[in-house]
Design a protein around this ligand. Structure first.
Ligand SMILES: *Cc1c(COP(=O)(O)O)cnc(C)c1O
Ligand code: SF4
Length: 432
């Protein structure tokens, strides 16, 4: 069972909130997307402590997500048209498309393969049309705009053939990553149509199939029961045929790891040989403490999962409310990393998925005037930049790569990459 705001308001769950809270939620969810699963409502949220409960804050938009001016705009709007205008203005001011127009959409000749994205040489991303929604929405989601249809930036594909033809031409691709939304929202039938393509012997160079999902946290039933059985049988078949299946599981907090359902789902997946790697952004007010990350990584390792990424949240949505500075994120990561065994040290971070690549904050060195961040690319459009440390002037407030003053030579190299990309993006036929 999944609840939109109108369905939630009509449900018995609404009685758990005060009338002021309900009024605020109604206004907030005009701007921000909202959806929640019965599982989250029943098994994850601590209703009596909801104001501080990380899971409540994870799915229920909070009053402070709108700045006072935006509240004014919403409350002042009297007619339907005025309200619509206010919502539009507010959304536009929340930087709905942090990546701009540059989307690395691959082509074959004149054919534009709209639901694929190919940024790093080894990995092609797939955005299946049926998977462009989630079981519940995270309040900090960087893809929030696509759930409320702002602009036409929705990537999606229904063309399994596009995926096949593109991969057949690109033998350098070892990984295919299904993403969304949440691809696990799709029915087995839809999902298997995409997987079938990847079993073709022409695509033997595709070694790993990754599925980016928050279903283990929001709807672990997806891996249980009859539907789950059928899914697991299919995944096992792919493993038997030589593919590595990696579930890239989004877990925001250790509280999502506690229920019998999630434990059972994880055990079933591991038993057939699926790898589970975990990732999440670090978010103010939800998981911005070393203890939360330490305990999350420890529990994940105990359950047999592999900690993979700590991300910096992109600059979109209620950024003023959720953002954690680079300096603070580094401190949280470092304090947590120092308290776990080597088995949890597979995690990398904090990492920014910026335009030129994934940038790791690797250290803070020096004092006073000469204090600097040590950074490095762990993924890049230009493989020559990978794993080479570079410096940026220390800035306590900085929250993204763009805020930093980096080595001038590297800054120049990035500018050149951008220019080249913009020039070629019309005629490009592959890795951008
Ligand atoms: C993170 C990411 C990948 C995968 O990178 P890995 O380092 O292999 O995990 C691929 N494509 C895009 C666009 C990404 O942001
Ligand atoms: S699961 Fe991912 S795509 Fe879905 S709402 Fe959360 S952050 Fe966004």
């Amino acid at each position: 069972m999944f609840f939109s705001m109108s369905k939630f308001l009509k449900s018995e769950y609404a009685h758990r909130l005060s009338s002021t809270e309900l009024d605020e939620l109604q206004l907030l969810t005009k701007v921000f997307p909202f959806k929640v699963s019965a599982y989250v409502l029943d098994e994850l949220i601590d209703w009596s402590n909801r104001h501080t409960d990380p899971i409540y804050r994870l799915v229920f938009p909070q009053k402070e997500m709108l700045i006072p001016e935006h509240w004014e705009m919403l409350k002042k709007a009297k007619t339907f048209t005025e309200e619509k205008m206010a919502i539009k203005t507010i959304r536009e001011q929340l930087n709905p498309h942090p990546d701009g127009q540059m989307h690395n959409i691959p082509r074959i000749g004149d054919r534009i393969l709209g639901g694929l994205q190919h940024k790093y040489r080894e990995t092609v991303l797939v955005f299946p049309a049926e998977g462009q929604t989630c079981h519940a929405y995270c309040t900090y989601c960087f893809r929030w705009a696509q759930f409320v249809n702002v602009g036409e930036h929705k990537f999606k594909t229904k063309e399994q053939r596009d995926l096949h033809d593109y991969l057949a031409l690109h033998k350098e691709v070892t990984d295919v990553l299904f993403t969304g939304g949440d691809p696990m929202w799709m029915s087995n039938e839809s999902l298997f149509k995409y997987f079938d393509v990847l079993l073709d012997s022409e695509l033997n160079h595709v070694q790993s199939i990754r599925i980016g999902t928050k279903a283990l946290a929001y709807h672990p039933q997806r891996f249980l029961g009859e539907e789950g059985d059928e899914l697991l049988r299919y995944l096992e078949k792919m493993i038997d045929r030589g593919k590595n299946i990696a579930l890239m599981a989004h877990f925001t907090h250790w509280k999502e790891l506690q229920t019998e359902k999630v434990k059972k789902a994880v055990r079933r997946l591991l038993k057939i040989g699926v790898q589970i790697r975990t990732q999440s952004p670090v978010i103010n007010g939800i998981n911005d403490s070393a203890e939360v990350w330490r305990d999350m990584w420890k529990q994940q390792v105990q359950m047999g999962m592999i900690p993979y990424y700590m991300f910096i949240e992109r600059e979109t949505g209620a950024q003023h409310y959720f953002s954690v500075s680079l300096a603070r994120a580094y401190q949280i990561f470092t304090d947590a990393y120092a308290q776990v065994s080597g088995l949890a040290k597979t995690v990398r971070g904090p990492s920014m998925s910026a335009w030129p690549g994934k940038v790791l904050i690797d250290g803070i060195v020096g004092q006073g005037e000469i204090q600097r961040f040590v950074l490095k690319f762990i993924q890049s459009r230009n493989p020559q930049l990978i794993n080479k440390p570079f410096y940026a002037k220390y800035d306590e407030q900085a929250t993204w790569l763009d805020d930093l003053e980096i080595d001038p030579a590297l800054q120049e190299a990035i500018e050149e990459m951008k220019e080249e990309f913009e020039e070629n993006s019309d005629s490009m036929t592959g890795v951008a």
